[in-house]
Ligand binder design. Sequence first.
Ligand SMILES: Nc1ncnc2c1ncn2[C@@H]1O[C@H](COP(=O)(O)OP(=O)(O)O)[C@@H](O)[C@H]1O
Ligand SMILES: [Mg+2]
Length: 249
Amino acid sequence: MVELAMKKPIIEVRHVNKSFGDNHVLKDFSMSVYPGENLVILGKSGSGKSVLIKCIINLIQVDRGDIVVLDTPIQGLEQDELDGLRAEVGFLFQSNALYDSMTVRKNLEFPLRIHWTKEQRASGAEAAVREALDDVGLLHTIDMMPQQLSGGMKKRVALARSLILKPKVILYDEPTTGLDPITSREISHLMVRVQKKYNATSVIISHDLNCIEITSDRVIMLIDGTCYADDTLAALRKSEDPRIKEFFE
Ligand SMILES: Nc1ncnc2c1ncn2[C@@H]1O[C@H](COP(=O)(O)OP(=O)(O)O)[C@@H](O)[C@H]1O
Ligand SMILES: [Mg+2]
């Protein structure tokens, strides 16, 4: 913690408030994410984890507060500036969000169509697709359709797609939900491996203790819209606070 506090955050969320009608989801929520760490955000279903992660890439706009990502305050960015920032922040959706009508190759090329020039794509797309697929151990699926893949394989392809632009930050929304325990462990180890390879920073939303155990350097608990606890998994496990304990029972 002391070490972390001396580093400059790569993401800063300061006093963020977000409501939907009467539903006050984030209440003065603040957190910092430091370069190279794997930070897990743990919270009950409906506690606002997805809302928070979407605020970080401005898919949802905050009502109040500030979010700074890679030194860039995200509120009020023009669309092209936001696109530029999104190239550096990979997002793995809970649903994977693969295009069912496209091959794996085409799915992976998709971000390149937005962020690379025609010339860059002509010379580098194939190699980039192959490298990203190889990173997740699925080079052999390059010409397959998403329907031909298992749940775990789809998750890997979605991860490969979020790696293709070599992001500095990777945001994962419940990366192991719906997967069997073995696949879920494999995906968790893979997340750690890609984080090391790309020297990236990860923010991982999860309530899967296996995944948290494998991936987390630090855990933030989102309770009642606030950052209720912020510590290592080992320290949180020892807590006597009933609201923290209930996650480990
Ligand atoms: N676009 C939206 N419009 C209205 N309410 C929303 C929207 N997105 C999320 N919510 C509400 O915000 C709360 C937190 O949702 P969410 O962040 O998805 O929870 P979780 O922690 O399970 O990811 C829920 O009550 C949800 O219904
Ligand atoms: Mg969610």
